[in-house]
Design a protein around this ligand. Structure first.
Ligand SMILES: Cc1cc2nc3c(=O)[nH]c(=O)nc-3n(C[C@H](O)[C@H](O)[C@H](O)COP(=O)(O)OP(=O)(O)OC[C@H]3O[C@@H](n4cnc5c(N)ncnc54)[C@H](O)[C@@H]3O)c2cc1C
Length: 547
C-alpha cells in the first residue's frame, strides 16, 4: 500500500500540467503520477494541428473565439465555461512556453497562426505538424526537473476507491460519495495494489478505441469514464463523438489510423470524390473548412453514394517546399506508403477522434465525487457542447488543469489540512476505517485470450456499424442488444479471471459503448455530432444527457 497527498492518473497534457503546478506549490510534498503505459504514450503526443488561442487582439478577439466555439457546440456549450477557457487560455499558453514548449514563428518573431474548420480567424499556434509531441516533450522535461514528482509507469488503475469498498451501499443519488484513492494493477509484478490519496485527479484521456478505426492510440480506452460510472459518479453527453473527417485510409487497417490534420485544408487542401469533384461546395458554403461534423457527414455520404471506402484530399498544388515546411511528418508518412503528395492525392476517410462528453465537472474540475478532480479529454466541462471546435482541447486541458490546482490549494489552505496530511493522508476522509486489500480469491489466468480479443473486435464492429457518424433508432437498439450480451459474457470472465490490461480495457470499453448508445438513444433529435435520421431536426428542449 502507498499513501500520497496528491495522486494524478495520466501523463498527457492535463495530468502533467496539474502535477507540475501542485508540485511547485508544495515542494515538500510528493506528487504521484501514474500511467498504464510509457510516460509519453498519450493522445497528447499525437496532436498535430495545434492550440487555438487568441494571440493578437488587433486582428482577433476573445468574442470571436467565444462565438466560434458556441456555434460549433450547437446550442449545448456552457457560455460561462467557454468564456473562461478562451480568456484564460493565453496565460496557460504563455506558461507552457516558459516551461520550454516551442511554437513556430514568422521571420518577424510573431507566432505563425493556422486556421482550421469553424474558426473565423487564423489563431492556431503550432509546432510544425507535431504540436502535441512538442508539448508532451516540454512537459516531461519540466517534470523530470521537479524532484517531488514521481511518475510510475505501467500501472493500470482499475477502480477508484469509495465507501462502496468499505461495505456501504453507494447509489447514484448518494450526495456524499468520496474518493479515497485507487486500486492499481502493477504490470511489472502483476499484483493489485492499493494507493490511498487525499486528492485524486483523473486525466485518462479519450475513448477512440471503442470504434474500429480511430486517430487515438491504443491507450484511449475510456478507463476514467468507466471507473467513475462504476463508482456512481456523473457522466454526460457521451453521444457526442467527433469523427475526424480525414484520417489516412489504409486498406484493412484496424485501430489507430494516421491523422491528416485539418490544418492541411486550412492551407488549401481540397476534398474530392472518386470522380475528382470538389464536392464540399454542395454541402456547405464554407466548403472544405466547414465544421468537422458537416465535413465528416459529407464524406460519409459521398462514400455511400459512390460505393467507395474513402475520398481524396488533393494537395498537389501546394508544391513540395510549401507542404513540407508546415507538414513534414505528414509528407514523410505518405511517402512511406508510396504517396508523393505533389503527384498523388491522399486517400482519406473519417475515423473516431475525440469524445466531447465525459465525466461531468463544475468550473473547477470537481466531479460529483468528493476529492476527485478531472480534466482533459475524459472530462465534460461544458466547453465543447455538442461538437468540439478544432484545437480547443489542448487549451481546455491546460485551463482546467490550472483550475483543479487552484481549487486543491484553496481546499488545503482553507482547512489547514496540510498538517493533517503530513500524518495520514486518508485520516480525514476515512475517519480511521480501513480500506480492504483487493480480493482476488477464486480467480485464475484466463485460458483463452481469444475470448477477450474477439469480444473487442465485435464491440468495435457494432459501434462503427450502428453508432457511427449517422445513426437511427433501429441501429441503436441493435447495438444495445449486442452490447448487453458482450457485457454479460465479459462480466463472467472478469469475475473468474485474474486481471489483465486487455480484460480491463475490454470491460471499460463496453461500459463506454453502453454510455454512448444510451446517450444517443435518449437524444431524440439531431444536434452537433449526433445525427439520427429518425429525428433529423433539433428539439426545442436543449439539454445535456447525464447518466
Ligand atoms: C491524432 C490526434 C490529433 C489531435 N490534434 C489535436 C490538435 O491539433 N489540437 C487539439 O487541441 N487537440 C488535438 N487532439 C486532441 C488532444 O490531443 C487530446 O484531447 C488531449 O491531448 C488529451 O489529453 P489528456 O491529457 O486528457 O489525455 P492523454 O494525453 O490521452 O493522456 C491520457 C493518459 O492517461 C493514462 N491512462 C489512461 N487510462 C489509464 C489507466 N486505467 N491507468 C493508468 N493510466 C491511464 C494514459 O496512459 C495516458 O498517460 C488530437 C488527438 C489526436 C488523437
Amino acid at each position: 500500500m502507498q499513501k500520497t497527498d496528491f495522486l494524478v492518473i495520466g501523463t498527457g497534457i492535463a495530468g502533467l500540467t496539474y502535477a507540475l503546478k501542485v508540485a511547485r506549490q508544495f515542494p515538500n510534498k510528493r506528487v504521484l503520477v501514474m500511467t498504464k503505459a510509457a510516460a509519453d504514450e498519450t493522445n497528447t503526443k499525437y496532436a498535430q494541428g495545434g492550440v487555438a488561442v487568441v494571440n493578437d487582439l488587433e486582428k482577433d478577439s476573445f468574442e470571436k473565439h467565444i462565438e466560434d466555439t458556441l456555434i460549433a457546440g450547437d446550442g449545448l456549450c456552457d457560455r460561462e465555461v467557454v468564456e473562461i477557457v478562451v480568456k484564460e487560455g493565453p496565460d496557460r499558453v504563455r506558461e507552457i512556453i516558459e516551461w520550454g514548449a516551442r511554437f513556430d514563428k514568422e521571420k518577424d518573431g510573431d507566432y505563425k497562426l493556422g486556421k482550421e474548420g469553424g474558426h473565423s480567424e487564423f489563431r492556431i499556434i503550432h509546432h510544425k505538424d507535431i504540436t502535441g509531441w512538442e508539448m508532451e516533450r516540454a512537459l516531461l522535461d519540466a517534470v523530470s526537473r521537479q524532484t517531488n514528482i514521481e511518475i510510475i509507469k505501467h500501472c493500470f488503475v482499475v477502480d477508484i476507491i469509495t465507501q462502496h469498498h468499505l461495505g456501504y451501499l453507494v447509489t447514484k443519488s448518494a450526495p456524499d460519495i468520496e474518493c479515497y484513492g485507487v486500486y492499481v494493477l502493477n504490470l511489472q509484478t502483476n499484483r493489485i495494489e492499493k494507493i490511498l490519496s487525499k486528492f485524486s485527479l483523473l486525466a485518462t484521456g479519450g475513448n477512440g478505441q471503442v470504434y474500429r478505426t480511430t486517430t487515438n492510440p491504443s491507450i484511449a480506452t475510456g478507463d476514467g469514464v468507466a471507473m467513475v460510472y462504476r463508482a456512481k459518479g456523473r457522466i454526460e453527453n457521451m453521444e457526442f463523438i467527433q469523427f475526424h473527417p480525414t484520417a489516412l485510409y489504409e486498406p484493412g487497417l484496424r485501430g489507430q489510423a494516421f491523422l491528416i490534420t485539418e490544418a492541411v485544408r486550412g492551407d488549401g487542401g481540397i476534398l474530392r470524390n472518386k470522380d475528382g469533384e470538389a464536392f464540399m461546395a454542395r454541402y456547405d458554403e464554407r466548403k472544405d473548412l466547414a465544421p468537422r461534423d458537416i465535413v465528416a457527414r459529407a464524406i460519409d455520404s459521398e462514400m455511400k453514394r459512390t460505393g467507395t471506402e474513402h475520398v481524396w484530399l488533393d494537395c498537389r498544388h501546394f508544391g513540395k517546399e510549401n507542404f513540407t515546411e508546415h507538414f513534414p511528418n505528414i509528407y514523410q508518412k505518405c511517402l512511406s506508403i508510396g504517396i508523393d503528395i505533389t503527384l498523388h492525392m491522399i486517400p482519406v476517410a473519417p475515423a473516431a477522434h475525440y469524445s466531447c462528453g465525459g465525466i461531468k465537472t463544475d468550473e473547477w474540475g470537481k466531479t460529483s465525487i468528493k476529492n476527485l478532480y478531472v480534466c482533459g479529454e475524459c472530462s465534460s466541462t461544458g466547453l465543447h457542447g455538442a461538437n468540439r471546435l478544432a484545437s480547443n482541447s489542448l487549451l481546455e486541458a491546460m485551463v482546467f488543469a490550472h483550475r483543479c490546482y487552484l481549487d486543491v490549494i484553496d481546499k488545503v489552505e482553507a482547512s489547514a489540512q496540510i498538517s493533517a496530511l503530513d500524518g495520514d493522508p486518508i485520516a480525514i476522509g476515512l475517519e480511521g476505517a480501513a480500506v480492504p486489500d483487493w480480493n482476488a480469491t477464486g480467480t485464475s489466468e484466463p485460458k483463452e485470450m481469444i475470448l477477450i480479443t474477439q469480444s473487442l473486435k465485435e464491440l468495435q464492429q457494432v459501434m462503427s456499424d450502428y453508432v457511427g457518424i449517422v445513426r437511427n433508432d433501429i441501429r441503436l437498439k441493435r447495438a444495445m442488444r449486442r452490447l448487453d450480451l458482450l457485457w454479460e459474457e465479459t462480466e463472467k470472465l472478469y469475475e473468474s479471471s485474474s486481471l489483465s490490461p486487455q480484460l480491463l480495457e475490454l470491460r471499460n470499453l463496453i461500459t463506454v459503448g453502453y454510455l454512448i448508445v444510451k446517450g444517443a438513444s435518449f437524444r431524440k433529435e439531431s444536434r452537433g455530432l449526433h445525427f439520427n435520421t429518425d429525428y433529423p431536426g433539433k428539439s426545442d428542449l436543449v439539454q445535456n444527457i447525464v447518466l
